[in-house]
Design a protein around this ligand. Sequence first.
Ligand SMILES: Nc1ncnc2c1ncn2[C@@H]1O[C@H](COP(=O)(O)OP(=O)(O)OP(=O)(O)O)[C@@H](O)[C@H]1O
Length: 461
Amino acid sequence: MFGLTNKSTEPKQNKKKRSRRSKGPALYNEQQNLGAAKVENAKTSTNRKPLRRTKRKSTKLSEGVAKQASHLASNMREAMVRVTKMRRVERRNRETVAIAKTTPAMTLKRLVRPEQVGDLMGRLNRSLNFDLGIDLGTANILIFAKGKGLVLDEPAYIAKDDKTGDILALGEAARTMIGRTPKGISVIRPVQAGVIADYDMTEFMLKYFIRSVVPASRLMKTRIIVCVPSGITPVEKRAILEALLRTGAKKTVLIEEPLAAAMGTGLNDADQVGAMVVDVGGGTTDIAVLCDTGVVVSESLRIGGDSFNESIIRYIRRKKRLVIGPLTAEKIKISVGTVDRRAKERTIEVRGRDASSGLPKMVAVNSLEIQRALEAQVMNILEGIKSILEKTPPELVAAINDHGIILTGGGALIDGLDRVITRSVGIASYLVESPRYAVIKGVAKALDEMSQLRDTLDELQ
Ligand SMILES: Nc1ncnc2c1ncn2[C@@H]1O[C@H](COP(=O)(O)OP(=O)(O)OP(=O)(O)O)[C@@H](O)[C@H]1O
């Protein structure tokens, strides 16, 4: 009677209740620690109703029984108070761990002496900053994270559904879809020939790639230097900066391609006074004369790896009656392409569609044919270099003659470009190591001075 029920005679329903409660590990431990009180508590809790009934009928009961009942009730209350206290302590502990996980600064604040807090918080803030450098190129997008190195190198392509506008693939996955997409799906480049052709897609691509390399929790602390094609207008610059801010970035700084390329080749050193950098990218060729104070004179030509490919496509169609796509043209350019008519002859077998019959066809293409296909474009680059030299102060021309013309950018990898420039301009020109990464190397150097740089959006306003 009154809670002294034997376990074996305990009602089934109460057994279920207890087993469910015992699943919570914390409560289980607490009950273990309660010792005798626990036993009382468990027993009493199974008989709560009879106990109340007892209280109501206590007047009719003997004094001894009433005493026993009140003793049991006080034991139960005590046990309940202890359990509640232990739960509270446990909850507090759990919350402390969560705070420490999300904001280490808060734990530090508690651990260090007050006079140390300012210094530590400063250092901690600096270490929490996530500095990114982006080379937003026509052909490729590269992302450098300070302290980590190159974290992303993807072709700047997007595959989308024309009807719904849904994005189907980005980067390399989208590039491989070129020429193989069904009707209604197109593969586009948001940046074309050095200008932003599609703002929304550029913003989407930037956001997507940034979020793939920056943890969401650190986006608010991210500072970004972005290198843009030198031909873009202030309106386009603002559009890119605002797109970056919408990703959650804290500060955004723009740097122009020729300057970044020059910095990437080590020309930011004060002793390198007067140098010419020719950056041949996918969409543009940027020609710039730099000295220790910055860009002295520059020009951006709409010539690059893409226009080389287009010339190859046109040439092969005209001369061989063969229709090929941009991926095949790229393959030809890289394997046998040259701009030097004195280069050793190499041949490649190319498959495509016969321009007249529409049937599959295979032809042989040699490097001298590619040289002829690209001749007009190379002439334009040579003209551009000469016209920039004409606008350059004479002292700097002498310095350029000493240092030579530096070639950067993936497009400069075409065989013979350095030799042709050297012969035609009369100044030694040479290709830097890993020309495709010269710009991002320069951006990475600029990141070291991020704290001293002003937010470009502020300057544009
Ligand atoms: N081995 C190679 N030979 C010839 N061309 C090459 C070679 N490798 C890459 N390219 C060309 O380099 C171009 C890409 O260069 P890069 O990544 O420097 O351009 P980008 O920075 O995206 O463009 P931009 O500077 O115009 O914005 C492509 O057009 C590609 O065809």
